[in-house]
Design a protein around this ligand. Structure first.
Ligand SMILES: *Cc1c(COP(=O)(O)O)cnc(C)c1O
Length: 464
Protein backbone atom coordinates (compact mmCIF):
# COMPACT_ATOMS: atom_id res chain seq x y z
CA UNK A 1 0.00 0.00 0.00
CA UNK A 2 1.00 3.59 -0.58
CA UNK A 3 3.04 4.65 2.44
CA UNK A 4 1.86 8.05 3.61
CA UNK A 5 4.87 8.32 5.92
CA UNK A 6 7.02 8.59 2.82
CA UNK A 7 4.69 10.94 0.95
CA UNK A 8 3.56 13.44 3.54
CA UNK A 9 6.97 15.14 3.93
CA UNK A 10 6.84 15.62 0.14
CA UNK A 11 3.61 17.56 0.60
CA UNK A 12 5.26 19.91 3.07
CA UNK A 13 8.36 20.28 0.88
CA UNK A 14 6.37 21.02 -2.27
CA UNK A 15 4.35 23.79 -0.65
CA UNK A 16 7.31 25.19 1.31
CA UNK A 17 9.55 25.47 -1.72
CA UNK A 18 6.79 27.16 -3.70
CA UNK A 19 6.24 29.64 -0.85
CA UNK A 20 10.00 30.28 -0.70
CA UNK A 21 9.62 32.12 -3.98
CA UNK A 22 7.49 34.65 -2.14
CA UNK A 23 9.95 34.89 0.70
CA UNK A 24 8.30 32.14 2.71
CA UNK A 25 5.77 32.61 5.51
CA UNK A 26 7.67 33.95 8.50
CA UNK A 27 4.98 33.26 11.11
CA UNK A 28 4.28 35.55 14.05
CA UNK A 29 4.89 35.33 17.79
CA UNK A 30 1.12 35.34 18.44
CA UNK A 31 0.82 32.11 16.52
CA UNK A 32 3.75 30.35 18.17
CA UNK A 33 2.81 27.45 20.41
CA UNK A 34 4.90 25.66 22.93
CA UNK A 35 6.15 22.33 21.57
CA UNK A 36 5.58 20.54 24.82
CA UNK A 37 2.01 21.89 25.04
CA UNK A 38 1.37 20.69 21.51
CA UNK A 39 2.97 17.37 22.38
CA UNK A 40 0.62 16.93 25.33
CA UNK A 41 -2.44 18.04 23.38
CA UNK A 42 -1.56 15.82 20.45
CA UNK A 43 -1.12 12.84 22.76
CA UNK A 44 -4.55 13.61 24.20
CA UNK A 45 -6.02 13.92 20.72
CA UNK A 46 -4.58 10.57 19.61
CA UNK A 47 -6.00 8.98 22.72
CA UNK A 48 -9.41 10.59 22.29
CA UNK A 49 -9.58 9.48 18.65
CA UNK A 50 -9.34 5.88 19.86
CA UNK A 51 -12.95 6.32 20.89
CA UNK A 52 -13.99 5.33 17.38
CA UNK A 53 -15.13 2.43 15.29
CA UNK A 54 -12.31 0.74 13.35
CA UNK A 55 -13.59 1.75 9.90
CA UNK A 56 -10.45 0.54 8.15
CA UNK A 57 -10.70 -3.00 9.51
CA UNK A 58 -11.89 -5.69 7.08
CA UNK A 59 -14.30 -6.68 9.85
CA UNK A 60 -15.91 -3.26 9.95
CA UNK A 61 -19.00 -4.03 7.88
CA UNK A 62 -21.50 -1.60 9.34
CA UNK A 63 -22.33 1.81 7.94
CA UNK A 64 -21.11 3.39 4.69
CA UNK A 65 -17.82 4.43 6.20
CA UNK A 66 -14.20 3.81 5.35
CA UNK A 67 -10.94 5.74 5.50
CA UNK A 68 -10.01 7.65 2.34
CA UNK A 69 -7.47 6.27 -0.09
CA UNK A 70 -3.89 7.43 0.70
CA UNK A 71 -3.83 9.30 -2.63
CA UNK A 72 -6.88 11.27 -1.50
CA UNK A 73 -5.21 12.05 1.82
CA UNK A 74 -2.05 13.17 0.04
CA UNK A 75 -3.98 15.35 -2.39
CA UNK A 76 -6.11 16.84 0.37
CA UNK A 77 -3.26 17.59 2.77
CA UNK A 78 -0.97 19.03 0.12
CA UNK A 79 -3.62 21.45 -1.12
CA UNK A 80 -4.79 22.18 2.41
CA UNK A 81 -1.34 23.54 3.26
CA UNK A 82 -2.23 26.30 0.77
CA UNK A 83 -5.94 26.24 1.71
CA UNK A 84 -7.52 27.38 -1.56
CA UNK A 85 -11.22 28.23 -1.62
CA UNK A 86 -13.02 26.92 -4.68
CA UNK A 87 -15.73 29.53 -4.44
CA UNK A 88 -13.90 31.77 -6.87
CA UNK A 89 -10.91 31.65 -9.15
CA UNK A 90 -9.57 34.41 -6.91
CA UNK A 91 -9.58 31.76 -4.18
CA UNK A 92 -7.47 29.20 -6.00
CA UNK A 93 -7.24 28.79 -9.77
CA UNK A 94 -5.38 25.47 -9.61
CA UNK A 95 -7.93 23.58 -7.53
CA UNK A 96 -10.85 25.27 -9.36
CA UNK A 97 -9.41 23.86 -12.58
CA UNK A 98 -9.03 20.44 -10.95
CA UNK A 99 -12.66 20.63 -9.85
CA UNK A 100 -13.78 21.34 -13.41
CA UNK A 101 -11.76 18.33 -14.61
CA UNK A 102 -13.16 15.91 -12.04
CA UNK A 103 -16.68 17.15 -12.71
CA UNK A 104 -16.11 16.35 -16.39
CA UNK A 105 -14.98 12.85 -15.37
CA UNK A 106 -18.06 12.36 -13.21
CA UNK A 107 -20.32 13.57 -16.03
CA UNK A 108 -18.56 11.18 -18.45
CA UNK A 109 -19.04 8.31 -15.99
CA UNK A 110 -22.80 8.93 -16.18
CA UNK A 111 -22.80 9.59 -19.93
CA UNK A 112 -24.01 13.14 -19.30
CA UNK A 113 -23.33 15.56 -22.10
CA UNK A 114 -23.24 18.74 -20.03
CA UNK A 115 -20.42 19.59 -17.66
CA UNK A 116 -22.52 22.02 -15.65
CA UNK A 117 -21.94 21.00 -12.07
CA UNK A 118 -19.55 21.16 -9.17
CA UNK A 119 -18.47 19.52 -5.95
CA UNK A 120 -20.37 20.19 -2.74
CA UNK A 121 -19.66 19.55 0.89
CA UNK A 122 -22.07 16.60 0.95
CA UNK A 123 -24.79 14.64 -0.77
CA UNK A 124 -27.40 16.46 1.28
CA UNK A 125 -26.23 19.85 0.05
CA UNK A 126 -25.94 18.52 -3.51
CA UNK A 127 -29.53 17.23 -3.35
CA UNK A 128 -30.71 20.49 -1.80
CA UNK A 129 -29.21 22.30 -4.75
CA UNK A 130 -30.84 19.95 -7.28
CA UNK A 131 -34.21 20.33 -5.55
CA UNK A 132 -33.78 24.09 -5.42
CA UNK A 133 -33.15 24.17 -9.18
CA UNK A 134 -36.18 21.86 -9.53
CA UNK A 135 -38.31 24.35 -7.60
CA UNK A 136 -37.02 27.30 -9.62
CA UNK A 137 -37.76 25.49 -12.90
CA UNK A 138 -41.21 24.28 -11.78
CA UNK A 139 -42.40 26.83 -9.26
CA UNK A 140 -45.36 25.87 -7.10
CA UNK A 141 -45.15 22.19 -8.01
CA UNK A 142 -44.50 19.23 -5.72
CA UNK A 143 -41.49 16.91 -5.59
CA UNK A 144 -42.06 13.14 -5.44
CA UNK A 145 -39.59 10.57 -4.12
CA UNK A 146 -39.91 6.99 -2.94
CA UNK A 147 -40.68 5.97 0.61
CA UNK A 148 -37.13 4.54 0.75
CA UNK A 149 -35.45 7.71 -0.55
CA UNK A 150 -32.96 9.42 1.74
CA UNK A 151 -34.73 11.20 4.61
CA UNK A 152 -33.15 14.53 3.68
CA UNK A 153 -35.34 14.89 0.56
CA UNK A 154 -38.42 15.48 2.71
CA UNK A 155 -36.40 17.74 5.01
CA UNK A 156 -35.12 19.81 2.09
CA UNK A 157 -38.64 20.09 0.66
CA UNK A 158 -39.47 21.69 4.00
CA UNK A 159 -36.48 24.03 3.71
CA UNK A 160 -37.53 24.98 0.19
CA UNK A 161 -41.21 25.32 1.04
CA UNK A 162 -42.15 22.69 -1.53
CA UNK A 163 -44.63 19.88 -1.02
CA UNK A 164 -42.85 16.51 -0.82
CA UNK A 165 -44.83 13.43 -1.83
CA UNK A 166 -43.85 9.89 -0.93
CA UNK A 167 -44.22 7.20 -3.60
CA UNK A 168 -44.67 3.58 -2.49
CA UNK A 169 -41.94 1.00 -3.03
CA UNK A 170 -42.30 -2.46 -4.54
CA UNK A 171 -41.45 -5.80 -2.92
CA UNK A 172 -37.71 -5.09 -3.18
CA UNK A 173 -37.65 -1.47 -2.04
CA UNK A 174 -37.71 0.11 -5.53
CA UNK A 175 -40.05 2.90 -6.54
CA UNK A 176 -43.42 1.44 -7.54
CA UNK A 177 -44.19 2.67 -11.05
CA UNK A 178 -47.96 2.13 -10.80
CA UNK A 179 -48.09 4.22 -7.69
CA UNK A 180 -45.88 6.88 -9.29
CA UNK A 181 -48.32 7.02 -12.19
CA UNK A 182 -51.22 7.57 -9.80
CA UNK A 183 -49.30 10.21 -7.84
CA UNK A 184 -48.62 12.13 -11.04
CA UNK A 185 -52.29 11.87 -12.04
CA UNK A 186 -53.55 13.25 -8.75
CA UNK A 187 -50.91 15.81 -7.80
CA UNK A 188 -49.18 18.66 -9.50
CA UNK A 189 -45.68 17.17 -9.45
CA UNK A 190 -42.84 19.16 -11.01
CA UNK A 191 -39.98 16.79 -10.22
CA UNK A 192 -39.56 13.09 -9.54
CA UNK A 193 -36.52 12.01 -7.53
CA UNK A 194 -35.22 8.54 -8.40
CA UNK A 195 -32.67 6.86 -6.18
CA UNK A 196 -30.03 4.57 -7.65
CA UNK A 197 -28.81 2.79 -4.58
CA UNK A 198 -31.14 3.48 -1.64
CA UNK A 199 -29.23 4.10 1.56
CA UNK A 200 -31.03 1.31 3.40
CA UNK A 201 -31.11 -1.60 0.99
CA UNK A 202 -29.03 -0.43 -1.96
CA UNK A 203 -32.11 -0.78 -4.19
CA UNK A 204 -32.13 0.67 -7.70
CA UNK A 205 -35.29 2.56 -8.64
CA UNK A 206 -36.47 1.62 -12.18
CA UNK A 207 -35.10 4.76 -13.81
CA UNK A 208 -36.14 4.08 -17.45
CA UNK A 209 -39.79 3.67 -16.39
CA UNK A 210 -39.60 6.68 -14.08
CA UNK A 211 -38.26 8.83 -16.90
CA UNK A 212 -41.06 7.73 -19.25
CA UNK A 213 -43.77 8.43 -16.70
CA UNK A 214 -42.28 11.75 -15.57
CA UNK A 215 -41.81 12.98 -19.15
CA UNK A 216 -45.42 12.16 -19.98
CA UNK A 217 -46.53 14.66 -17.37
CA UNK A 218 -43.79 17.19 -18.06
CA UNK A 219 -41.93 16.55 -14.80
CA UNK A 220 -38.19 16.82 -14.24
CA UNK A 221 -36.17 13.82 -13.10
CA UNK A 222 -33.50 14.18 -10.45
CA UNK A 223 -31.42 11.09 -9.68
CA UNK A 224 -29.91 10.68 -6.23
CA UNK A 225 -26.94 8.35 -6.66
CA UNK A 226 -25.11 9.68 -3.59
CA UNK A 227 -24.23 6.14 -2.56
CA UNK A 228 -24.75 4.12 -5.76
CA UNK A 229 -23.44 6.40 -8.52
CA UNK A 230 -19.97 4.95 -8.94
CA UNK A 231 -21.52 1.55 -9.69
CA UNK A 232 -22.19 3.05 -13.13
CA UNK A 233 -18.61 1.91 -13.84
CA UNK A 234 -19.61 -1.75 -13.55
CA UNK A 235 -23.26 -1.60 -14.66
CA UNK A 236 -22.91 -4.35 -17.27
CA UNK A 237 -25.08 -7.22 -15.96
CA UNK A 238 -21.94 -9.38 -15.61
CA UNK A 239 -21.55 -11.80 -12.69
CA UNK A 240 -19.62 -9.28 -10.58
CA UNK A 241 -21.24 -6.20 -12.10
CA UNK A 242 -24.61 -4.60 -11.40
CA UNK A 243 -27.81 -4.14 -13.37
CA UNK A 244 -27.23 -2.02 -16.47
CA UNK A 245 -30.71 -0.69 -17.25
CA UNK A 246 -31.10 1.90 -14.45
CA UNK A 247 -27.62 3.31 -15.06
CA UNK A 248 -28.04 3.35 -18.84
CA UNK A 249 -30.92 5.82 -18.39
CA UNK A 250 -28.80 8.34 -16.44
CA UNK A 251 -27.95 10.47 -19.51
CA UNK A 252 -31.65 11.34 -19.70
CA UNK A 253 -31.81 12.69 -16.14
CA UNK A 254 -32.07 16.44 -15.52
CA UNK A 255 -29.74 16.31 -12.55
CA UNK A 256 -27.60 13.74 -10.76
CA UNK A 257 -26.02 13.72 -7.31
CA UNK A 258 -23.10 11.51 -6.33
CA UNK A 259 -20.96 11.40 -3.19
CA UNK A 260 -17.25 10.87 -3.83
CA UNK A 261 -16.95 10.66 -0.03
CA UNK A 262 -18.98 7.46 -0.12
CA UNK A 263 -17.71 5.23 -2.93
CA UNK A 264 -15.13 7.56 -4.47
CA UNK A 265 -12.41 6.86 -1.87
CA UNK A 266 -12.58 10.47 -0.60
CA UNK A 267 -12.59 12.01 2.87
CA UNK A 268 -15.66 13.95 4.01
CA UNK A 269 -16.96 16.31 2.68
CA UNK A 270 -17.13 15.67 -0.98
CA UNK A 271 -20.46 15.47 -2.79
CA UNK A 272 -21.26 16.52 -6.34
CA UNK A 273 -24.22 17.76 -8.32
CA UNK A 274 -24.49 17.72 -12.12
CA UNK A 275 -27.10 19.31 -14.39
CA UNK A 276 -28.00 18.29 -17.93
CA UNK A 277 -29.10 21.77 -18.95
CA UNK A 278 -26.28 24.34 -18.58
CA UNK A 279 -28.86 27.15 -18.69
CA UNK A 280 -29.93 26.38 -15.09
CA UNK A 281 -26.95 28.56 -14.20
CA UNK A 282 -29.40 31.46 -14.66
CA UNK A 283 -30.93 30.66 -11.27
CA UNK A 284 -27.65 31.32 -9.55
CA UNK A 285 -27.18 34.89 -10.74
CA UNK A 286 -26.02 37.01 -7.88
CA UNK A 287 -23.91 40.02 -7.23
CA UNK A 288 -20.72 39.51 -5.28
CA UNK A 289 -18.83 42.77 -4.95
CA UNK A 290 -15.86 41.11 -3.25
CA UNK A 291 -15.13 38.24 -5.64
CA UNK A 292 -15.00 37.23 -9.29
CA UNK A 293 -12.60 39.98 -10.38
CA UNK A 294 -9.54 37.95 -11.33
CA UNK A 295 -10.92 36.29 -14.45
CA UNK A 296 -13.80 36.21 -16.90
CA UNK A 297 -13.81 32.41 -16.80
CA UNK A 298 -16.61 30.78 -14.87
CA UNK A 299 -16.03 30.97 -11.12
CA UNK A 300 -17.52 27.93 -9.40
CA UNK A 301 -19.22 30.16 -6.84
CA UNK A 302 -21.29 31.56 -9.69
CA UNK A 303 -22.91 28.17 -10.16
CA UNK A 304 -23.01 26.93 -6.58
CA UNK A 305 -25.36 27.47 -3.64
CA UNK A 306 -22.50 27.27 -1.19
CA UNK A 307 -19.90 30.01 -0.99
CA UNK A 308 -16.61 28.76 0.52
CA UNK A 309 -15.67 25.18 -0.34
CA UNK A 310 -12.39 23.36 0.24
CA UNK A 311 -10.18 23.43 -2.84
CA UNK A 312 -8.41 20.59 -1.06
CA UNK A 313 -11.44 18.35 -1.70
CA UNK A 314 -11.02 18.89 -5.45
CA UNK A 315 -7.27 18.23 -5.21
CA UNK A 316 -7.95 15.01 -3.32
CA UNK A 317 -10.42 13.73 -5.89
CA UNK A 318 -8.23 14.87 -8.76
CA UNK A 319 -5.11 13.10 -7.43
CA UNK A 320 -7.09 9.95 -6.66
CA UNK A 321 -8.61 9.77 -10.13
CA UNK A 322 -5.18 10.27 -11.73
CA UNK A 323 -4.07 6.95 -10.24
CA UNK A 324 -7.43 5.17 -9.91
CA UNK A 325 -9.42 6.53 -12.84
CA UNK A 326 -13.20 6.46 -13.11
CA UNK A 327 -13.17 3.47 -15.44
CA UNK A 328 -14.04 -0.19 -15.15
CA UNK A 329 -10.34 -1.07 -14.95
CA UNK A 330 -9.74 1.68 -12.35
CA UNK A 331 -12.26 2.31 -9.58
CA UNK A 332 -14.51 -0.30 -11.20
CA UNK A 333 -12.18 -3.05 -9.97
CA UNK A 334 -12.65 -1.87 -6.38
CA UNK A 335 -16.42 -1.93 -6.83
CA UNK A 336 -16.35 -5.35 -8.48
CA UNK A 337 -14.43 -6.74 -5.52
CA UNK A 338 -17.04 -5.24 -3.15
CA UNK A 339 -19.81 -6.65 -5.27
CA UNK A 340 -18.26 -10.13 -5.25
CA UNK A 341 -18.03 -9.91 -1.47
CA UNK A 342 -21.69 -8.92 -1.17
CA UNK A 343 -22.78 -11.73 -3.49
CA UNK A 344 -20.62 -14.28 -1.69
CA UNK A 345 -22.08 -13.25 1.64
CA UNK A 346 -25.62 -13.42 0.24
CA UNK A 347 -24.89 -16.96 -0.95
CA UNK A 348 -23.60 -17.94 2.49
CA UNK A 349 -26.71 -16.43 4.08
CA UNK A 350 -28.98 -18.36 1.75
CA UNK A 351 -27.34 -21.58 2.87
CA UNK A 352 -27.38 -20.63 6.55
CA UNK A 353 -29.49 -22.35 9.21
CA UNK A 354 -29.28 -19.46 11.65
CA UNK A 355 -29.56 -16.42 9.44
CA UNK A 356 -31.86 -15.39 6.60
CA UNK A 357 -31.14 -13.08 3.70
CA UNK A 358 -33.75 -10.27 3.72
CA UNK A 359 -33.43 -9.70 -0.03
CA UNK A 360 -30.70 -10.22 -2.65
CA UNK A 361 -28.20 -7.32 -2.76
CA UNK A 362 -28.47 -5.09 -5.84
CA UNK A 363 -25.20 -3.30 -5.00
CA UNK A 364 -22.97 -4.01 -1.98
CA UNK A 365 -25.37 -3.71 0.96
CA UNK A 366 -26.29 -7.05 2.50
CA UNK A 367 -29.38 -7.17 4.72
CA UNK A 368 -30.13 -10.26 6.81
CA UNK A 369 -31.67 -11.35 10.10
CA UNK A 370 -31.45 -14.09 12.71
CA UNK A 371 -33.92 -16.86 11.88
CA UNK A 372 -36.62 -16.48 14.53
CA UNK A 373 -40.38 -16.90 14.72
CA UNK A 374 -41.56 -13.44 15.70
CA UNK A 375 -40.53 -9.86 14.98
CA UNK A 376 -39.90 -9.36 18.68
CA UNK A 377 -37.46 -12.27 18.71
CA UNK A 378 -35.75 -11.06 15.54
CA UNK A 379 -35.37 -7.58 17.00
CA UNK A 380 -33.89 -8.88 20.24
CA UNK A 381 -31.54 -11.32 18.46
CA UNK A 382 -30.36 -8.59 16.06
CA UNK A 383 -29.66 -6.16 18.88
CA UNK A 384 -27.77 -8.88 20.73
CA UNK A 385 -25.80 -9.89 17.64
CA UNK A 386 -24.81 -6.27 17.04
CA UNK A 387 -23.47 -6.00 20.61
CA UNK A 388 -21.90 -9.46 20.81
CA UNK A 389 -19.99 -9.03 17.52
CA UNK A 390 -18.53 -5.72 18.66
CA UNK A 391 -17.69 -7.17 22.07
CA UNK A 392 -15.40 -9.87 20.63
CA UNK A 393 -11.67 -9.48 21.37
CA UNK A 394 -10.43 -6.59 19.25
CA UNK A 395 -8.54 -8.78 16.77
CA UNK A 396 -11.79 -10.69 16.06
CA UNK A 397 -14.29 -7.92 16.64
CA UNK A 398 -16.89 -7.37 13.93
CA UNK A 399 -18.76 -4.09 13.51
CA UNK A 400 -22.24 -4.45 12.09
CA UNK A 401 -25.21 -2.13 11.72
CA UNK A 402 -28.92 -2.61 12.17
CA UNK A 403 -31.82 -1.60 9.96
CA UNK A 404 -35.41 -1.14 11.03
CA UNK A 405 -38.12 -2.85 8.96
CA UNK A 406 -41.87 -3.28 9.35
CA UNK A 407 -44.09 -6.36 9.10
CA UNK A 408 -45.02 -5.50 5.53
CA UNK A 409 -41.32 -5.58 4.63
CA UNK A 410 -41.08 -9.22 5.71
CA UNK A 411 -44.31 -10.21 3.98
CA UNK A 412 -43.37 -8.51 0.71
CA UNK A 413 -40.21 -10.63 0.67
CA UNK A 414 -42.13 -13.83 1.52
CA UNK A 415 -40.64 -14.26 4.97
CA UNK A 416 -43.36 -15.61 7.22
CA UNK A 417 -42.70 -13.92 10.52
CA UNK A 418 -45.25 -13.42 13.25
CA UNK A 419 -45.88 -9.69 13.54
CA UNK A 420 -46.10 -9.30 17.30
CA UNK A 421 -44.92 -5.70 16.99
CA UNK A 422 -44.82 -2.98 14.32
CA UNK A 423 -41.10 -2.86 13.60
CA UNK A 424 -38.00 -4.96 14.10
CA UNK A 425 -34.31 -4.33 13.77
CA UNK A 426 -32.50 -6.58 11.36
CA UNK A 427 -28.83 -6.54 10.24
CA UNK A 428 -27.47 -4.35 7.47
CA UNK A 429 -23.85 -4.59 6.33
CA UNK A 430 -22.19 -2.48 3.67
CA UNK A 431 -19.36 -4.42 2.04
CA UNK A 432 -17.75 -1.25 0.69
CA UNK A 433 -14.08 -2.19 1.11
CA UNK A 434 -12.38 -4.87 -0.99
CA UNK A 435 -10.58 -5.88 2.22
CA UNK A 436 -13.97 -6.69 3.74
CA UNK A 437 -15.11 -8.48 0.61
CA UNK A 438 -12.32 -11.05 0.91
CA UNK A 439 -13.12 -11.54 4.60
CA UNK A 440 -16.87 -12.25 4.29
CA UNK A 441 -16.52 -16.02 4.70
CA UNK A 442 -14.77 -15.53 8.00
CA UNK A 443 -17.10 -12.73 9.08
CA UNK A 444 -20.12 -14.87 8.30
CA UNK A 445 -18.72 -17.85 10.20
CA UNK A 446 -18.06 -15.71 13.26
CA UNK A 447 -21.55 -14.24 13.16
CA UNK A 448 -23.05 -17.72 12.85
CA UNK A 449 -21.05 -18.90 15.84
CA UNK A 450 -22.42 -16.01 17.89
CA UNK A 451 -25.95 -17.15 17.11
CA UNK A 452 -25.36 -20.78 18.02
CA UNK A 453 -25.63 -20.90 21.81
CA UNK A 454 -23.20 -23.78 22.47
CA UNK A 455 -20.34 -22.65 20.22
CA UNK A 456 -17.22 -20.97 21.47
CA UNK A 457 -15.80 -18.24 19.31
CA UNK A 458 -12.48 -18.24 21.13
CA UNK A 459 -11.35 -20.93 18.66
CA UNK A 460 -11.86 -18.71 15.63
CA UNK A 461 -8.86 -17.39 13.82
CA UNK A 462 -8.60 -14.03 12.15
CA UNK A 463 -7.38 -14.98 8.71
CA UNK A 464 -8.19 -12.20 6.28
C1 LIG B 1 -25.72 9.29 1.94
C2 LIG B 1 -26.87 9.65 1.11
C3 LIG B 1 -27.35 10.96 1.06
C4 LIG B 1 -26.83 12.05 1.97
O1 LIG B 1 -25.51 12.35 1.65
P1 LIG B 1 -24.52 13.00 2.72
O2 LIG B 1 -23.26 13.11 1.96
O3 LIG B 1 -24.46 12.05 3.88
O4 LIG B 1 -25.08 14.32 3.12
C5 LIG B 1 -28.39 11.25 0.20
N1 LIG B 1 -28.91 10.28 -0.59
C6 LIG B 1 -28.48 9.01 -0.56
C7 LIG B 1 -29.10 8.00 -1.46
C8 LIG B 1 -27.44 8.65 0.30
O5 LIG B 1 -27.03 7.37 0.34
Amino acid sequence: MTDLRAWLPRAVDAVDSWMERFGGSPGHPTLAVDDSALEAAFTALSKRLENNYPFGSPRYVGQMLKPPHPAAVLGYLTAMLINPNNHALDGGPATAQMEKEVVLDLAAMFGMKSNMGHLTSSGTIANLEALWVARESHPGKAIAFSADAHYTHLRMCGVLGVEGISVAVDDLGRMDLDHLQRVLQHHDVGTVVATLGTTGLGALDPLPGIIDIARDSGARVHVDTAYGGFFALIADDSPDGVSSAPFAALPEADSIVVDPHKHGLQPYGCGAVLFADPSVSRFYLHDSPYTYFSSDDIHLGEISLECSRAGAAAAALWLTTQVIPLTDSGLGQVLRADRRGALKWAELLEGSKNLKLYQPPELDIVVYFPDRRTMGEIDAASAKLFCDAAALPSEQRIDLATYSVDAQGFTARKHSIEADRARARIMRSTVMKPESAVAVTQIHATIESLLVPDSTHSTLTTEG
